[in-house]
Design a protein around this ligand. Sequence first.
Ligand SMILES: [Zn+2]
Length: 269
Amino acid sequence: MPGIAPQSQISATPRTALPISILPGTSKVHPAQRYLTGMQIKMLYAILFIVVLALVFLPNLWVRRVMAKYQEPADLYPHDGAELARKLIDDLGLDVGLEQAQPDQDHYDPTSRTVRLSPNNYSGHSLTALTVAAHEVGHALQHAEGYRPLLLRTSLAKTAMVAEKFGAFALAAMPVVAALTRSPLSGVTMLIFGIGSIAIGTLVHLITLPVEWNASFERALPMLKSGDYLPAQHLPHAKKILSAAALTYVAGSLASLLSLYRWIAILRR
Ligand SMILES: [Zn+2]
């Protein structure tokens, strides 16, 4: 019966495994002490793993929560996100288009010089809608002023897209190539190509940090402040939305650095 066989296997495993793991070894360290230290090391790794996991994933949950919170009330202001974006673009004298994007796809496209806002922010009259609209116009202003980190990010992102495809192929093909050529060197070469492509991606993540910070706190916030688009007491809440969003980019960089570290660790073996 399928239900009986695995159970007997499970109960048999610890009985044989446990005494072996606490058998006195040749080392002078007391077995119990070694056992405890090993447990402590495992605990430390587990805690470290949870902390890193939290640092990578919590900012994304937090920004969703904050954005959802300030999407209400949906009729807080007389103008919606698109109207504010259009007004800011015109006041700054920028030659920039404005379109509605797919949900959660708010962005500025430097190639077509277009601000795109998700439906909620495009036609929403909420604090989230206005804050996100100002942030995306902030990128358009960076572009118009030739803000170097944005230009660098744009060109590097294009390189990263090509490199990532090639790198993923190189990493997947690595064992096959090594087996076919019977040379470990070709496998290592493929691995280095793969890691190189991940490194470019990590660089894009790191350059994104100052670009996003500048768009939020040096462009969007002063625009919202100076234009009297929101009452002064709403500004700290706008800052909270922008801070939550900024933290997701820090998390993205951290995740990218971790994946790079993982591959470099493989290479060093
Ligand atoms: Zn941005």
